[in-house]
Design a protein around this ligand. Structure first.
Ligand code: SF4
Ligand code: SF4
Length: 366
């Protein structure tokens, strides 16, 4: 089990961050972490600590995301970018099988991911919580479990949550509590490092760390407390009864007038897992295959059942999203499907704010 034991904190000076990369690569992992690409922070392959976005800050609000530079040497002083770990393990386009047609002979091949061992650095607490939900949902999915097996997760506690974050109110952050191999707190001169698994403990012994000082622990404690003071919140952790009592609330119709049914919120949401399967064929008839692609409760086809589209307007689709995510998810998974990452607020092109919508429907304190 990962991240449930209280381990001793170690300290790694910033100048030795490359040693962390070296230890992880020597252990056989390919590293993925935050990089600045197309004016957003995204998870992408990394070969050295110098590629981490030093001094980059972000400003997020409903429908808006901006990056800026600062002189800070810190490499993780931003909040979440548009995607969490979801695309790394639940691929947006997953080939399942392919068939070839050659001179009247058909052959079929089952396709599997390569099984590359991935280390992800910079994982946030909310994304670990979302990953735990996907681990439960995809427990018997061969493609997900093959990608996920053996992944090394290096969490970094948030020091600069965005204005759209509300993980403190869902209980999923800003401090990682489970599911990590290493947990880092970034300070001005380096990193507090704590192992959370047997693999993490073994690798930590190879890092050039020193014992953490009381000053370092105090600074991390203050930073964690400050990060927990967030502007947004949900009215409660279980909104199932409150939402289902308000299925005819006029707010659903008002929000549907603004909502474009674009599905951005479900694409960026780290817990949304809806998918569909498509057949793709070469025009010359020699090759065909089946792929699994992300789907969304905002698409018309997602609620199509035998000649009928069940949710035939945006009001029904938005209501389905919220009542499932924050309501019936409790019956399925024993918790809400929202980890408070705030992505659906930032990346909604018309700035619809889930926390505002819920408060309008169930009240400020449900
Ligand atoms: S519903 Fe919104 S805030 Fe909640 S986990 Fe999904 S994207 Fe993040
Ligand atoms: S709530 Fe926003 S992001 Fe989601 S479908 Fe509607 S317009 Fe798109």
């Amino acid at each position: 089990m990962k991240g449930t034991l209280v381990d001793e904190q170690k300290f790694l000076v910033r100048e030795r961050l490359d040693a962390l990369f070296r230890v992880v690569v020597e252990a056989g992992y390919a590293i993925v972490g935050p990089r600045r690409q197309d004016d957003a922070i995204v998870f992408a392959p990394l070969t050295s600590a110098d590629e981490l976005p030093a001094g980059v800050r972000d400003a997020q609000k409903p429908g808006e995301y901006r990056l800026s530079e600062s002189a800070s040497p810190r490499r993780f002083s931003f909040a979440n970018g548009p995607q969490a770990l979801k695309p790394l393990f639940f691929a947006a386009h997953e080939p399942l099988w392919e068939s070839t047609h050659d001179q009247g002979r058909l052959s079929f091949t089952a396709l599997k991911p390569t099984g590359e061992r991935l280390a992800v650095i910079g994982v946030r607490a909310c994304d670990l919580a979302a990953l735990a939900l996907h681990d439960a949902h995809f427990a018997h999915d061969a493609h997900y479990t093959r990608r996920r097996a053996g992944a090394l997760l290096i969490a970094v506690n948030c020091s600069h949550p965005a204005a759209t974050c509300f993980c403190a109110s869902t209980g999923d952050g800003p401090v990682a509590s489970a599911g990590y191999d290493w947990m880092l707190d970034e300070l001005d001169d380096g990193y507090l490092v704590q192992a959370g698994s047997e693999v993490g403990r073994a690798l930590l012994a190879r890092l050039p760390t020193t014992a953490a000082s009381a000053e370092h622990s105090n600074a991390a404690g203050q930073q964690r407390a400050a990060a927990a003071r967030q502007q947004r919140r949900l009215p409660g952790r279980n909104l199932q009864a409150g939402l289902f009592a308000q299925l005819e609330h006029p707010r659903w119709t008002e929000t549907a007038v603004r909502c474009l049914s674009c599905g951005n919120c479900t694409s960026v949401c780290p817990t949304c897992f809806c998918n569909t399967q498509l057949d793709e064929a070469a025009l010359d008839g020699t090759q065909a295959g089946r792929v699994r692609v992300w789907d969304s409760c905002f698409t018309e086809g997602h609620s199509y059942i035998h000649g009928i589209v069940i949710r035939d307007d945006t009001r029904k689709r938005y209501r389905q999203w919220l009542t499932h995510k924050l309501g019936s998810w409790h019956a399925q998974y024993g918790r809400s499907g929202c980890v408070g990452c705030g992505r659906c607020i930032t990346w909604c092109p018309v700035g619809i704010d889930l926390t505002e919508e819920v408060a309008a429907i169930v009240g400020e304190n449900a």
